[in-house]
Design a protein around this ligand. Structure first.
Ligand code: ZN
Ligand code: ZN
Length: 352
C-alpha cells in the first residue's frame, strides 16, 4: 500500500471526526515516509500536513515527495502550528497511546479533541509486499549476525561481550541498528525473560539464551535461540524439547482466520502436558514491523483473527528459577494458506 492509499484508509476510518493528529513517530513514518525524530502529522478530509522543525526541512521534503503530504517547517513547538491549522475544523482525534502530557496540553487549546486508539496501528498489522521484503532482509541479517558472532565466541566471554559482538555483526551485515537491546543470558540468568547482559562469564557447562533482532529498511525482526556450552544435562534437554514442541505446535496452528488467542492456547497446552504451564510467564508472540512490538498480541484471550500478510513472532518459553530458562522464537508470516517461518536459523540446540 502506498502512503497515499494509507492516508486514504485513515480518512475512511475517521467516522464522525474531521481530522486526526498523528503523534506516534512509527505512524508518521508509515503514513508519510518521514523518518526524522520530531514530527506531527495532521490528516483532515482534504489535506495531509507534516509539521517538523528546521533540522529536517530538506529530509522531510525528500522523504514525503511522493506521499501527497505537504511538509511544513515550524520554528517553535510543532503543536502551535497544529492548533492554528485546527481552527475552523470540527472535531479532531489525537493518538491517546502516544502523546505526552505537555504536548496534549498545548493541543487541547484547539478544543474539540477526542482520544483515538489503535487506528493507524490496525492498518499496520497487515504488511505490503515491500514491508514483507524488508522484514525478510531483517530476518536474514539477524541470522547471519548470529552465526558470525557464535563463530567468534570463546569460552570466558561475558554476556555483555557476546551481546556487543552480536550487535557489531548485525551492523556489519547491514542492519541500521539492533531492533532492541540484545539479550544474552547465561545459566540462572536465562530464567529472567528480559535479562540484561552483564558481567557473568560464559565459561562453564551451561545454557545461554540469545534474543536479538535488527532493523532493515525500518523494519524489525525478532529471534531467540539457546546455545549450550558443553554437554547438556538430561533435565536441560527435556526442558528444551518441551519448549520446542510448544513452539512447533503453535506455528502449526497459524493460518488466516485463527484467533491470536487460540495460537497462544496451543503453546500453553503443550507446555502444560510437560508440567511447565506455570513456567511460561509471557505471551506466545507479537506482531512486528516498524516497531518490535505491534498488534496483534498472540496472548491469552486475544480475539484478533490472524490474516494473510501479518508478520508475528512465535516464542513460547519456560523459566525455572535457579535453574534457567529456554525460549525459542521465530519471526513468521501468515500466508493465504497457512504460515511461512521466516527465520532460517536451525532450532536444534546448538552445542559448543
Ligand atoms: Zn519477541
Ligand atoms: Zn525476541
Amino acid at each position: 500500500m502506498s502512503t497515499r492509499n494509507r492516508i486514504a484508509a485513515v480518512r475512511e476510518r475517521l467516522g464522525a471526526l474531521d481530522g486526526l493528529i498523528v503523534t506516534s513517530l512509527p505512524n508518521v513514518r508509515y503514513l508519510t515516509g518521514f523518518t526524522g525524530s520530531n514530527a506531527i502529522v495532521l490528516i483532515t478530509r482534504r489535506r495531509a500536513t507534516l509539521f517538523t522543525d528546521p533540522r529536517y526541512t530538506i529530509q522531510a521534503g525528500d522523504e514525503t515527495a511522493d506521499s501527497g503530504v505537504q511538509a511544513m517547517t515550524v520554528r517553535r513547538r510543532l503543536e502551535h502550528a497544529v492548533v492554528r491549522r485546527l481552527k475552523g475544523l470540527g472535531k479532531a482525534g489525537f493518538e491517546a497511546g502516544s502523546i505526552g502530557y505537555a504536548s496534549w496540553e498545548l493541543l487541547a487549546k484547539a478544543g474539540k479533541l477526542e482520544p483515538v486508539r489503535g487506528l493507524v496501528e490496525a492498518l499496520r498489522t497487515v504488511k505490503s509486499e515491500d514491508e514483507i521484503a524488508a522484514i525478510r532482509e531483517s530476518v536474514a541479517t539477524s541470522s547471519q549476525a548470529f552465526a558470525a558472532a557464535l563463530g567468534r565466541f570463546r569460552a570466558g566471554m561475558t554476556e555483555r561481550e557476546l551481546a556487543a559482538e552480536i550487535d557489531y555483526q548485525m551492523r556489519l551485515a547491514g542492519a541500521e541498528k539492533p531492533a532492541f537491546e540484545t539479550i544474552v543470558a547465561f545459566q540462572a540468568n536465562s530464567a529472567l525473560p528480559h535479562a540484561r547482559p552483564g558481567e557473568a562469564k560464559i565459561d562453564r557447562n551451561g545454557l545461554f539464551l540469545v534474543d536479538m533482532g535488527s532493523f532493515r529498511g525500518g523494519y524489525a525482526s525478532d529471534m531467540t535461540r539457546c546455545v549450550h556450552l558443553g554437554t547438556p544435562a538430561a533435565k536441560t534437554r527435556k526442558l528444551y524439547n518441551a519448549v520446542l514442541e510448544a513452539q512447533l505446535a503453535a506455528i502449526d496452528a497459524v493460518r488466516p482466520g485463527v484467533k491470536a488467542g487460540s495460537v497462544d492456547k496451543i503453546a500453553r497446552q503443550t507446555l502444560e502436558k510437560h508440567g511447565l504451564h506455570k513456567a511460561f510467564v509471557h505471551s506466545t508472540g507479537h506482531g512486528l514491523g516498524l516497531e518490535i512490538h505491534e498488534t496483534p498480541r498472540i496472548g491469552k484471550g486475544d480475539k484478533t483473527p490472524l490474516a494473510a500478510g501479518m508478520a508475528i513472532t512465535i516464542e513460547p518459553g519456560a523459566y525455572l528459577q535457579g535453574q534457567g530458562g529456554v525460549r525459542i522464537e521465530d519471526t513468521v508470516l501468515v500466508t493465504p494458506t497457512g504460515v511461512e517461518v521466516l527465520t532460517p536459523t536451525s532450532k536444534q540446540l546448538t552445542i559448543l
